[in-house]
Design a protein around this ligand. Sequence first.
Ligand code: PFF
Length: 455
Amino acid sequence: MSEVSSLKREVFTSKFGVIAAAAGSAVGLGNIWKFPYITGVYGGAAFLFVYLGFIVLIGLPVMLSEFIIGRKSGSNIFGAYKSLAPNSPWKLVGLLGLAAAGMILAFYGVVAGWSIDYVVKACSGSFMEKNPTELSLMFTNFIQAPFTPVIYQLLFMILTMAIVGVGIKDGIEKYAKILMPLLVVLIIVLDIRAITLDGAGEGLKFLFHPDFSKLTAEGVLSALGHAFFSLSLGMGTLVTYGAYIDSSNNLAKTAVQVTVADTLIAILAGVAIFPAVFAFGIEPSSGPGLVFITLPNVFQQMPGGFFFSILFFLLLTVAALTSSISILEVVVAYFKEELKIQRKLATIISTVIISIIGIFCSLSMGILEEHKLFDLNFFDLLDWVSANMLLPLGGLFISLFVGWYLGKDKVKEELSKGSVVVKYLLSVFIFLIRYVAPVAIAIVFLNGIGIINFA
Ligand code: PFF
């Protein structure tokens, strides 16, 4: 059997499986670790509102576009452009996506490693009876250490590799289906505890009552970058998954469901965190440690906190895993289909390369802290460049490709599979993807990096 026909058989086996895998990719550290901390850094509700605007006007149409490219081509991110736009430079957009995937997974693995360490800390009761200052110190000391965080990062990367090595149906789909719903339930439990803390109101106000004077150009760019990061867009993850979705699936409906789920979970995470931040007198802008410092305080204040803390960090690790496998899959699918390297070997090679880059990210929190570029350590640099530059640029190209290169007829043809296309919704989609998304991305991007200056 040829390589291509055996690839074609690798599809998600049920509609719920598709949603669970795509939502599993979208929901991860981005929602629970990154969203609260950057919302804190960029001033709260105003950032949230801009973020929500970008989700609807740009994120959702780009997600649908990625699914369209993926299912139409049935290929990896590079092969997709090669087959839909033969003999053109479009395939370079695929390479941009591969670079973004490598960079993101490198630092993502580090934070996921922190989460594993916190499972261990939770099991040994390490956060019980510590005040916010001690918890903050515990976090900083841990991430600055040279060995332990690297060991957990590597452990996480090995887990990712093991699942991706097994393939789509037995690996990715199976895990995503069971564990995602459990995570949602647990976050809701945490929300209830957080909003009933004394002084919770301030936190809710911070999250939902906007003060637009706090917005900066960089904050707006970060909101855009995070919309892409959180929805797993701009580098071909959902193109890659789109290739595994069969033609009976309604792509538009799937895109809406994934977007709504991802956004709700980010907001629920914010509701668990900000009331507690204010109730315990933690600085909302305290950065990457926010979740790791705030939630242990919450666990101390709830019956069964010991048990819930273990469960939470375990599920956070799993949420990270269902995302990291989707990132690694972008690279593996490329190696496998374009370079004809067998899945297992492709998985090992890409994991090793990305893990080595990740080790430097981890060390840049401690012993390599002094080495900075543009005032950012290596970890922050990879995060910033990938989320705020590569993903929006990738999103820009994806929208131009679907809106202008493929065009309305081909889009309609793909969307008609598995559903009846509603004419006016199709027109809205085409309008958003042709004009709104590319223009908005270009403006926010140029403004954010200071090339033009609106505000
Ligand atoms: N969306 C994931 C999260 O929010 O944690 C991270 C991610 C996955 C980013 C896949 C980009 C990507 F392509």
